[in-house]
Design a binder for this molecule. Structure first.
Ligand SMILES: [Zn+2]
Length: 453
C-alpha cells in the first residue's frame, strides 16, 4: 500500500513537503519553509503525520522552500534519517546557519522557537549523503515491510539538486523536486530515469507560462547583454536582484564570460554575503558533478563587496553591476534596501532575472515602468519609478513543454501535480489528459491523502 500525503506546497510554491507511506515505511520528501510567511505559518503541517511512521527525509535541493523547515522537523523527530546529495549537504550547512539571523529579525513571537547554530551543526553531521546514481536501500524501523531502493538523478536546477527515484518491489515512484531539462550557463540539463514509473510527483512552476514568452538561455543572454551595455555606456548602474543559491552563480558566470568575450562592457561587479560562500561550494564541485564551464572558478571572478561600501552613493559614481539578494526583493534584504534607492535614480536600471511571487516587492518592481507610482510594502510611501526596469527570464525550471516531455518519457500511470499555482496546475492537468485519458492525474492538496496500489 502506498499513500501520499502533502504536508505543504501542494497547490502553491511554498513550504514543500510530501509524506509517503510505503508499506509502513514513512518517507518525507523535502521539508521546505514558505518564503513569504513567518512563524508557524511558514512550516509544513507536521501535525498531519503525528500518528504515522516517520523514518526518512530525502531533500531534493537546498532552496529555502525545500529545506529550511528541516531544523524544526528534526526537533519533533530526532531519530529520523536524512539523506541528500553531498553538494546539497554542503550548501545546506551555509544556508541554514545564515537563515538564523534572518529568522531572528522576522520573528518577535516568543512561542516560535528558532533553532541555534549548535543545532545546525549537529543536524548537518547527521545528514547522510549519496552521489547521483548510487543506488541505496532503506527500510522503516517502525514496522515497515521490505526493502526500498532509492536513487538520485541530477535535476539540473541548482548545484546538488536531485530528482528522487523510489522503488518498492515493482512499484516505481519519481519525485522531480525542482527540475530543469535545459542547460544554463553553469548547470547542464536534468537526467531522468530510463524506464517507466508508476507514480510521478512533478513540479509545475511554469505550467501557466506560455513558452513563447521564454527565450532559450542563449538568446536571453544576448538580449540581457545588449540591455546592460546600453545602461552602462550611458554611465548608469544596474541592480540585479538574485537568489544567493543558483541565480547568483549563473548570472555572475554569465556576466564574466560575456565580458571575457568582449561582448559586455567591462565594469565593476558587486556581490556579497552568503552567495560568495556558496560560490566556493560550486567551485569545489566543478569536476565532481556534470556541469558546463568546468574551468570557470567563480571565486576568481573580480568582485567588489556590497557590504564594504560606506554608502550606496558609491554605487552610482561609476557604472556598476550589483548582484544582491533576495531574488524576490523581500523586505529588509539587501536587494530591497538597494531597490528603494535605485528607483529614484534616472540613469540607473533594475533588471529582474527570475520568477517573482505575486506577493513580493520584486513582482511589483518587475511589472512597473518608468513613471509608474509603486508602493513596495505597507510600511513604505508610494514612490515614482525613475529608473529603467526590464524583465529577463533565466529559468532554472523546465518550461511546460519540457515537463510534458518528462511525462511522456516516464509514462506514469499516476501523476500528482505539485509546486505550481492553480493556473499552472490546470494547464498541466488538461494537457496530460489530452494525450492520454487513461492516466490518473491528481491535484495535490495539503492534508488530503492519495492512495495508490
Ligand atoms: Zn528550487
Amino acid at each position: 500500500m502506498i499513500d501520499l500525503l502533502p504536508l505543504g506546497g501542494a497547490d502553491e510554491i511554498g513550504a514543500n513537503s510530501y509524506y509517503l507511506n510505503i508499506d509502513g515505511t514513512g518517507i518525507v520528501l523535502d521539508c521546505g519553509m514558505h518564503p513569504q510567511k513567518t512563524g508557524l505559518d511558514s512550516l509544513p503541517d507536521f501535525e498531519l503525520i503525528k500518528d504515522k511512521p516517520v523514518d526518512y527525509v530525502f531533500i531534493s535541493h537546498a532552496h529555502q522552500d525545500h529545506l529550511n523547515a528541516l531544523p524544526f522537523f528534526i526537533k519533533r523527530y530526532p531519530h529520523v534519517k536524512i539523506v541528500t546529495t553531498p553538494q546539497t549537504r554542503a550548501v545546506a550547512e551555509l544556508t541554514l546557519h545564515n537563515a538564523i539571523s534572518i529568522l531572528k529579525r522576522q520573528i518577535d513571537d516568543e512561542s516560535f522557537q528558532i533553532y541555534s547554530h549548535e543545532e545546525v551543526d549537529l543536524l548537518i553531521k547527521s545528514i547522510g549523503y549519496k552521489a547521483y546514481n548510487d543506488v541505496f536501500e532503506v527500510s522503516g524501523y517502525n514496522g515497515g515491510k521490505g526493502k526500498i531502493k532509492v536513487e538520485f538523478y541530477d535535476a539540473g536546477h541548482i548545484l546538488g539538486s536531485t530528482g528522487i527515484l523510489i522503488q518498492k518491489d515493482d512499484f516505481r515512484i519519481f519525485y522531480t523536486g525542482d527540475i530543469n531539462l535545459s542547460t544554463q550557463t553553469i548547470m547542464s540539463g536534468a537526467v531522468i530515469p530510463e524506464s517507466k514509473v508508476n507514480l510521478l510527483i512533478t513540479e509545475c512552476t511554469y505550467g501557466a507560462t506560455d513558452s513563447n514568452s521564454l527565450n532559450n538561455w542563449e538568446e536571453e543572454v544576448n538580449k540581457f547583454t545588449s540591455s546592460l551595455n546600453k545602461v552602462l555606456n550611458k554611465g548608469g548602474s544596474i541592480l540585479i536582484p538574485v537568489f544567493s543559491l543558483g541565480k547568483l552563480q549563473e548570472i555572475l558566470a554569465t556576466l564574466y564570460l560575456q565580458m571575457k568575450k568582449g561582448k559586455l562592457t567591462e565594469t565593476d561587479i558587486y556581490t556579497g554575503g552568503i552567495g560568495n560562500k556558496i560560490n566556493r561550494v560550486y567551485d569545489y564541485n566543478r569536476y565532481v558533478v556534470k556541469r558546463n564551464e568546468t574551468e570557470l572558478v567563480l571565486h576568481d571572478i573580480p568582485q567588489k563587496s556590497i557590504y564594504e561600501i560606506k554608502n550606496t552613493e558609491e554605487l552610482f559614481k561609476y557604472p556598476a553591476i550589483v548582484l544582491a539578494s533576495s531574488g524576490m526583493v523581500v523586505e529588509s534584504t539587501m536587494s530591497y534596501i538597494l531597490a528603494k534607492r535605485w528607483l529614484k535614480q534616472k540613469d540607473a536600471a533594475i533588471f529582474t532575472v527570475g520568477y517573482m511571487d505575486e506577493r513580493t516587492p520584486g513582482y511589483k518592481i518587475a511589472n512597473a515602468r518608468r513613471g509608474d507610482k509603486i508602493k513596495l510594502s505597507d510600511n513604505e510611501k508610494e514612490t515614482e519609478v525613475k529608473c529603467e526596469i526590464k524583465k529577463f527570464r533565466f529559468s532554472a525550471h523546465s518550461r511546460r513543454e519540457e515537463l510534458m516531455q518528462i511525462i511522456n518519457r516516464l509514462n506514469p500511470d499516476n501523476v500528482v501535480l505539485v509546486h505550481g499555482d492553480t493556473e499552472a496546475i490546470d494547464w498541466m492537468g488538461s494537457s496530460i489528459l489530452k494525450l492520454n485519458k487513461e492516466r490518473k492525474v491528481y491535484i495535490s492538496e495539503t492534508g488530503k491523502e492519495i492512495s495508490f496500489a
